[in-house]
Write a protein that binds this ligand. Sequence first.
Ligand SMILES: NC(=O)c1ccc[n+]([C@@H]2O[C@H](COP(=O)([O-])OP(=O)(O)OC[C@H]3O[C@@H](n4cnc5c(N)ncnc54)[C@H](OP(=O)(O)O)[C@@H]3O)[C@@H](O)[C@H]2O)c1
Length: 150
Amino acid sequence: MKILLTGVSGLLGINLAQDTMNAHEVIGVARGKLPRAPFQVINADLSDLSKIAPILDTVEPAWVINCAALANLEDCEADPDSARRLNVDLPAQLARACWDRGLHFVHISTDAVFDGEKDSPYTEDDAPNPLGVYAQTKLEGENNFSGAPE
Ligand SMILES: NC(=O)c1ccc[n+]([C@@H]2O[C@H](COP(=O)([O-])OP(=O)(O)OC[C@H]3O[C@@H](n4cnc5c(N)ncnc54)[C@H](OP(=O)(O)O)[C@@H]3O)[C@@H](O)[C@H]2O)c1
């Protein structure tokens, strides 16, 4: 199975790529940080959302797993516009592009959507209360595509 993995140079992305590359064809998207990766890497800055469609149409993956994000809390606070672009606009655009092409799409949430005040483990049914730009943009990114586009 062909899997397109965005954010493949990140903590989650590189581990996921290494775990799946023997069973599946992994094609990563990175920003030039993986010149000697043992799988194909497409270099692209995904804050340019117009890059998404040509990548999908060239690679024709069965699955897209989005590990790209602005995940550094301080960077998100310092540059909320970039946080919104990567954590809200990018997943929405990826979701729509995958929907249009009939591709499976996986996006990664974060425990940071909760405020940490609960005394027991959180479940997906707990109400989120995101604190800070990272958590707020991550939650907004999820809510942005929680439903099929018209
Ligand atoms: N790590 C955790 O503990 C944790 C916990 C909960 C949820 N998550 C979620 O898991 C996902 C992955 O997180 P992570 O920890 O792996 O983050 P990370 O290590 O910071 O990786 C983020 C990835 O996104 C890429 N990226 C950022 N801006 C980009 C752009 N403009 N164009 C293309 N790629 C770009 C980065 O590329 P560069 O290397 O070029 O910057 C990197 O590959 C995120 O959705 C995060 O919210 C992570």
